[in-house]
Design a protein around this ligand. Structure first.
Ligand code: HEC
Length: 133
């Protein structure tokens, strides 16, 4: 009788352990299902790497977040937004050379206009937007 009791107890313990294991696996599945689709992090939060957003931003979006501060008013001699003459002068050397200056910075113009997670294409789009090209 005592042995039977011990056997039942052992079996019950085993069953409980298994039930627990199943629950854990299900919990993992639920966590997997409800976790957010995309995790967004910026700059240092992503371990210092500048991570670009999944979708490229339009020239107007980039301009409004990163370039307008200086280029709308022509701060420090920045060619003004939509000032055709000012941009004609800048672009006389070619779009490639102008883009290169924007990417690397030139005088008071910071590299990439400080938009460190902007791709080269996004900077190009912003230049085209500002210069009305
Ligand atoms: C802190 C102010 C500032 C910000 C922000 C800024 N710029 Fe500029 N930018 C300047 C200044 C000043 C110049 C003129 C530099 C010079 O030629 O002396 C300039 C010049 C330029 C030029 C002309 C380069 C050339 O070859 O003549 C381009 C293109 C440009 N900026 C693009 C951008 C873009 C795109 C952004 C946003 C992503 C941006 N800038 C943000 C200040 C700024």
């Amino acid at each position: 009788m005592k042995q039977l009791k011990a056997l039942i107890l052992a079996a019950a313990t085993l069953l409980m352990a298994q039930a627990h294991a199943v629950t854990d696996a299900q919990n993992d599945k639920i966590a997997e299902r409800i976790k957010p689709v995309g995790t967004v992090c910026i700059g240092a939060e992503c371990g210092g790497a500048a991570v670009a957003p999944a979708e490229p931003r339009s020239g107007e979006e980039v301009y409004k977040t990163a370039c307008t501060a200086c280029h709308s008013m022509g701060v420090l001699g920045a060619p003004k937004t939509f000032d055709k003459g000012a941009w004609d002068e800048r672009l006389a050397k070619g779009m490639d050379a102008t883009l290169k200056n924007a990417l690397n910075g030139i005088n008071a113009m910071p590299a990439k206009g400080n938009c460190m997670n902007c791709s080269d294409d996004e900077i190009l789009a912003a230049i085209k937007y500002m210069s009305g090209r």
